[in-house]
Design a protein around this ligand. Structure first.
Ligand code: LLP
Length: 432
């Protein structure tokens, strides 16, 4: 009935998530409210881990891309489900440390890691630095030398595969702020340079080809290109790189138009290609990392709002105003992202009304969704926007001094707060 398996409708006609009545959740915790279903998150983590066991002799590890939703509880869940972590900032490292995450399973990304972040990452014993450029390589080598340590590194490579939602192109990714280009020889030069430094150890190569991707083919192509490069490094430099990180990007369902492939199909196809290429180049079959983010938390999350007003503009449109908006979900304003909106108070009723759901910011572009079909809305109804677990809380802001919503985890009819709602005092905490 819904795009997300954890959703249902109860005898009151209310939307439920993980066995909890969303209207009751809205009353108990207030709105706007982010709600996550724990079983959905854990099931997805397990399907990734199991796909490595099934198709790759368990010779790899998924890393949860914590930029998607970084908080202590997500770090704990990723750890309990045997995932590593991909972090992109000192703040994400700090969150992992605070959650007692095993830091050797953390990969540190970013195209402009500051010296301060590098120091903090080394002190926190982060497992691997995914080096983006030569300045960073040099800086990391210097700081590691100062500290008397050797940092394990990976190189972020632009494989020349640019994947969009339903298609991909094999060239044209040179224009990206991330990583080293293969075509120009830049990546090869970086590898040679790393071999001359004493305080970095090159262990891995990394690529990431995009996000919200539904085809497996571009991932396979990228893996093949990376293995070819590993073959070149072995043949020309006599160096064998034994680990390969293929990034994230697996698509999820926002609306019925989206058709994600089962996540384990990915490992099935990619492992075949990796094994074949390893044999062709006489390389050991590499240890593989992947970095799913959106697919782990996206469909597990919904956002609940309360309707505060309705403006019917004849022959134009009907605006329904909710008590959140671009401050908790910037994705429509930024990318015109499609979402499914459900009248959670009347989830058993047919969707008959076409409305534009507007946020409460002083900004005309503060819309959650335009011209969306929904069961007739009245002031006081609880609205649910589906598939908001990824890149919503993590991209939230305090524009208009609106406090960030709370986040609640549900599990088989039980609910608990995992992130507190911000208070007005929180908003002025750093004001002098
Ligand atoms: N690894 C790397 C190096 C990445 O850059 C990303 C996402 C991921 C993994 C995780 O990709 P995922 O599995 O979540 O697709 N804010 C945008 C998405 C930006 C993605 C950035 N990188 C959005 O809201 O759609």
């Amino acid at each position: 009935m819904f795009v997300n398996d954890c959703l249902n409708v109860n005898e009151k006609g209310h939307l439920t998530i993980g066995g909890c009545d969303t209207v009751e959740l809205a009353e108990k915790y207030g709105t706007p409210l982010y709600v996550l279903d724990e079983n959905t998150i854990r099931d997805t983590c397990r399907s990734y881990v199991n796909s490595f066991k099934k198709y790759y002799n368990g010779n790899g590890m998924p890393l949860y891309a914590s930029k998607t939703l970084s908080c202590k509880e997500m770090c704990r869940i990723a750890n309990e489900e045997n995932l590593g972590l991909d972090v992109v900032s000192g703040g994400e490292i700090y969150t992992a440390v605070q959650a007692d995450f095993p830091m050797e399973k953390v990969h540190f990304h970013g195209n402009n890691k500051t010296a301060e972040e590098i120091r903090f990452a080394l002190d926190s014993k982060v497992g691997k630095f995914v080096v983006d450029n030569l300045y960073e390589l040099e800086l990391l080598n210097e700081i590691a030398k100062e500290k008397g340590v050797v940092a394990n590194i990976s190189f972020r490579i632009k494989p020349g595969v640019d994947a969009h939602t339903h298609n991909f192109i094999r060239t044209g990714q040179i224009d990206s702020k991330f990583g080293f280009a293969l075509e120009t020889g830049e990546a090869f030069e970086a590898v040679k340079k790393a071999l001359t430094y004493d305080n970095v150890a090159l262990k891995e190569l990394h690529c990431h080809i995009g996000s919200q991707i539904f085809d497996i083919e571009p991932f396979v192509t990228a893996a093949e290109i990376m293995l070819d490069f590993m073959g070149k490094i072995k043949d020309e430099l006599n160096v064998v790189i034994t680990e390969l990180n293929l990034g994230g990007g697996f698509g999820i369902m926002y609306t019925e138009d989206d058709e994600p492939v089962p996540y384990e199909n990915y490992m099935e196809k990619v492992s075949e290609a990796v094994k074949a290429k390893a044999q062709e180049h006489n390389l050991p079959v590499p240890y593989i990392y992947i970095e799913p983010g959106r697919s782990i938390v996206g469909e597990a999350g919904i956002t609940l709002y309360t309707v505060g007003g309705k403006k019917i503009i004849p022959d134009v449109r009907t605006y329904v105003s909710v008590d959140g908006g671009m401050t908790d979900n910037i994705r429509y304003a930024l990318y015109q992202s499609a979402y499914t909106v459900v009248n959670a108070s009347k989830a058993d009723k047919e969707a008959t009304e076409i409305v534009t759901v507007a946020g409460k910011c002083c900004e005309s572009g503060d819309l959650v969704q335009e011209h969306t079909k929904i069961a007739e809305v009245e002031v006081g109804d609880t609205l649910a926007v589906l598939s908001t677990g990824a890149y919503n809380y993590s991209m939230a802001s305090n524009y208009n001094r609106i406090p960030r919503p709370a986040m609640v985890m549900v599990n088989n009819g039980e609910s608990r707060v995992i992130i507190k709602r911000e208070s007005y005092e929180d908003l002025v905490r750093n004001d002098l």
